[in-house]
Ligand binder design. Structure first.
Ligand SMILES: [Zn+2]
Length: 100
């Protein structure tokens, strides 16, 4: 398979520089750290640049660059949802004040 973009491309675009590099493996903090202790302080997301695959053992997740892109976009969708929630909490007192 001749991939148009690699797991490394996705990770670098979405997550920045790898936390660590071990030979052909790049280590990142998991974009979905709910399943990890301490927000995945010890990076679990491994990318094998030779095979162009990735895996996160605690999440029981692995796959291609496409799967990684889907995972990262799920993480950013969750972040946006959380930001909206916080926005509501900030705006709520203002709205109440207006309705008084
Ligand atoms: Zn994970």
């Amino acid at each position: 398979m001749n991939a148009r973009f690699t797991c490394e491309d996705v990770a670098r675009a979405a997550l920045g520089e790898p936390v660590k590099r071990e030979g052909a493996e790049l280590l990142y903090r998991c974009p979905l750290p709910e399943q990890h202790n301490n927000g995945d302080a010890h990076p679990s997301l491994k990318i094998n640049t030779t095979k162009n695959v990735w895996s996160c053992f605690p999440c029981n997740a692995k796959g291609t660059a496409w799967a990684l892109a889907a995972r990262v976009s799920e993480a950013s969708a969750r972040l946006v949802a959380r930001m909206n929630l916080e926005m509501d909490m900030i705006m709520l007192p203002v709205v109440r004040w207006c309705w008084c």
